[in-house]
Design a protein around this ligand. Structure first.
Ligand SMILES: Nc1ncnc2c1ncn2[C@@H]1O[C@H](COP(=O)(O)OP(=O)(O)OP(=O)(O)O)[C@@H](O)[C@H]1O
Ligand SMILES: [Mg+2]
Length: 269
């Protein structure tokens, strides 16, 4: 499904600020895998997503998705196949458009007709059914401007926009980190429902270590632009946050500071 080979990305090359954000990273995801990604600040997690989405071209290496080589494909063309939700609830939706207009815009990407935000009757029925599944009463607010919704409600609308046309890949970049714990839990529940229903191949960045180990089927720990650990099966099932932190510090020889940061963030949700 997703195949990344030997990805290298160096920022500010040739300057004092030169920084290798992706360091010969390779990764293979099977169809329908749900992978969680951990790593300290600056480990390269969002850069990995940017590389997949085409926010920049790689210095070396290749990216392919569903057998299609994306390496030199521009970002807007990749966007048709990749859904992405960011930490900031303000991103992803247009605040001055209503819920149904936002969804209609996303849905019209699938059709041959031009982009449109005027929902048809059939679309309205589809959106209402999908929103009703989430138990947030958003189906009764389809004509509400998205800018008036809470952060959690906006993230749910963004999630639905990203998946109303089934993407080949769903990328979630700390998409619940800006929400209060109760809302974050609800958005995670909805995320898992959407992923399971459409068997979406999904990558989710999180700082919550216990959530990372219990959500999905595989967990990657990134460090310095590389994949430090790739956990699945029995090894992952038997892993605790404490054991993972221990493995992390033994392998990277990082000081406790970094561990504490990871750990504290883990408890923040
Ligand atoms: N466009 C850019 N220009 C220059 N440097 C960049 C750029 N994007 C990322 N970097 C650098 O690359 C490194 C990796 O950044 P990245 O955003 O991928 O980290 P991250 O793992 O997502 O961290 P966080 O948990 O803080 O979100 C950082 O040192 C960052 O400063
Ligand atoms: Mg990031």
């Amino acid at each position: 499904m997703l195949e990344i080979k030997n990805a290298v990305k160096v920022f500010e090359r040739g300057t004092m600020m030169e920084h290798t954000a992706l360091d010969h990273l390779s990764l293979h995801l099977d169809d329908g895998e749900f992978v969680t990604i951990l790593g300290s600040n600056g480990a390269g997690k969002s850069t990995l997503f940017n590389a997949i989405c085409g926010s920049f071209y790689l210095d070396e290496g290749t990216v392919s998705l569903g057998g299609i080589n994306l390496t030199l494909m521009p970002e807007h063309r990749r966007a048709r196949h990749i859904g992405r939700v960011f930490q900031d609830p303000m991103r992803g939706t247009a605040p001055n458009m209503t819920i149904e207009e936002n969804l209609s815009l996303a849905h019209s990407r699938s059709t041959a007709s031009p982009l449109s935000f005027a929902p048809t009757r059939r679309e309205k029925a589809l959106f209402r059914d999908r929103l009703a599944e989430f138990g947030m009463q958003l189906e009764d607010r389809m004509k509400t401007k998205v800018g008036l919704l809470s952060g959690g409600q906006r993230q749910v609308v963004t999630l639905l926009m990203c998946t109303i046309v089934t993407p080949r890949l769903l990328l979630l970049d700390e998409h619940t980190a800006a929400l209060d714990p109760g809302t974050a839990a609800k958005v995670m529940e909805i995320t898992q429902k959407i992923v399971a229903e459409s068997h979406l191949t999904t990558m989710m960045i999180t700082h919550n270590m216990s959530a990372a180990l219990t959500t999905g089927t595989r967990t990657l720990m990134m460090d310095s632009g590389r994949i430090l650990f790739d956990l699945s099966g029995e090894q992952r099932a038997g892993m605790t946050t404490e054991a993972l932190l221990e493995m992390y510090s033994t392998t990277t020889h990082e000081k406790l500071d970094n561990d504490r940061m990871l750990f504290e963030k883990a408890h923040q949700g």
